[in-house]
Write a protein that binds this ligand. Sequence first.
Ligand code: T4K
Length: 417
Amino acid sequence: MTKRDLPLVETGNNSMKLSPDDLAIFGGAPAFHEALHVGRPNVGDRERLLERINELLDRKWLTNQGPFVQELEQRIAQMIGVKHCIAMCNGTVALEIAIRAAGLAGEVIVPSMTFIATAHALQWQRITPVFCDCDPTSHNIDPSCVETVITPRTSGIIGVHLWGRPCDVQALAEIARRRNLKLLYDAAHAFGCSCQGRMIGNFGDAEVFSFHATKFFNTFEGGAVVTNSDDLAAKIRLMKNFGFAGYDNVTYIGTNGKMSEVSAAMGLTGLESMADVVAENYRNYQQYKRQLAGVPGVRLTTYDETARSNYQYIILEVDETAAQISRDQLVEILHAENILARRYFYPGCHQMEPYRSLFPHAGLLLPVTESLVKRVLALPTGTAVGPNEITKICQIIRLAVEHGDDVRARLPPRVAI
Ligand code: T4K
């Protein structure tokens, strides 16, 4: 189902907000009756999904590498042009298994500017995540900082293609080769994206996707490891199925990382409408770009339109000095309007437990991350958001910023989000 089939979110107040007095935070009517979320799931053709669910129920084959999972793996591998796709129950377990299969140990270098799962997938296995700073423009791991945190205990690097925008894959590959390190990618945001003419999924030793409900492409919960390495793929297949190499024959230590058939049914259905979702996201992105142009201190994170992208994240950076209000104040204003903007990924992994206690001074090496996590916010997009909603969101942002002085003076001293 695309946006055109959906009722637009009911708005509470159709008139434009003209002055700060109209903002909900100062007593005006909220712009939306119903909350507008970041990460509303994209659901494909519901009838086709229900057909597939009926089919799997009739077949009485619900999990354990069933026909839908096999078909999904083949289709994804083909779409990405990669040798192996191993579907999993979620992106975090897929990461944990890829990390283990690649033989990572000791210390692994990761960005702090990521969802906490990237770090936890290491720490869960008693591997130390060593946080590395990011590039201020791409928001991705900065290869020049990677070099500075390599120690004799370092076994690998995990890059994260944040917001679906590719890491500097060449520089990272060069460091990994020269320093004899494994290189994995957390590609949770980057399904359907490309880099230098190759689909994400072909870089490093392996890449990991998340197919969580909030992702551009979802299987309710789910994920996958993709790799061109036969050895790694064979290990990962064993590991995600308790190490079973056949009936009664366990050859490896493993866990349960299997994707269910109902998830694969959702995935197969979602693949069929992927192009529509990209088109909707792209239109939303273009509209945000047009309508936020020239708002002082507010910068939309842009995508390389010559590459393939899923345009799933609308990310703003708020420069408090130029905008006259802080990112957190803007989020508070938006929340009052029922626009549930998110501060992804505040406060940075290094500021969350157990890392904050383990490495209390990590922030000293992460100046770009520390500054970025205070400036970034994610806005609603996807098939659940239409042009009317985007116009209102942009208008509220513009109003708040253009009256920044006045708005700031009237806001409570401390905002709790
Ligand atoms: N690496 C990276 C870089 C990741 O971003 C993620 C996941 C992973 C690894 C791990 O992959 P998984 O193990 O999750 O497959 C959400 C997601 O739970 C998480 O999957 C995702 N990243 C992360 C960026 O976002 P929260 O804590 O922000 O989720 P929550 O419940 O607040 O939902 C986000 C928004 O989505 C809400 O505004 C409501 C909306 N929503 C959510 C769900 C679940 C819906 O409208 N419908 C829904 O069914 O983490």
